[in-house]
Write a protein that binds this ligand. Sequence first.
Ligand code: IMP
Ligand code: MG
Length: 180
Amino acid sequence: MMHKDLQEILISPEELSSGIGKLGERISADYAGRCLTLVGVLKGSVFFLTDLARRITTDVRLDFMMLSSYAGAQSTGVVRIALDLKESIEDSDVLIVEDIVDSGLTMNYLLPNLKTRRPRSLEICTLLDKPSRRKAQVPIKYAGFTIPDKFVVGYGLDYNGIYRNLPYIGVLKEGVIEGN
Ligand code: IMP
Ligand code: MG
């Protein structure tokens, strides 16, 4: 059953599960025998992160960051760290877990920031890749699904803070988005 504010379900729970299973297999093979630190970008990545972690067979640690764009500065990519990592990542294998890479500006900020902390390795895993609006080139190692230029919600992704708990990825109706 689809939420009334949606026009379409883009990725069903079953598709999410099998796509995340495939990501887990790749990551498990690539990091076999190593301990991997998953860095979840709050809040959007939480649902993805917890499902992905359970499909990874090597040891993992979890840590989190919260990033926020300066008000009115979304297009400039000026990002503020609202919550930083709890642990040092020096000499660790680190995988950033993100909900969606859109303009790429958030990852373009976070990647060099984490690199200065001297991890052993540093890669990006995103559930969704929306390449059509990219402003900064981002080296994405693992992407679950490539999606068209539509505003999506569910499975962690929000609009004005809601819809995160939908078990699928859906497209909001035009009328729900302010200014439409
Ligand atoms: P970027 O910096 O433009 O790559 O986008 C980063 C953030 O924008 C994501 O982590 C999301 O929080 C948000 N975002 C981008 N596109 C969407 C969308 O379609 N739905 C919900 N959030 C989005
Ligand atoms: Mg986000």
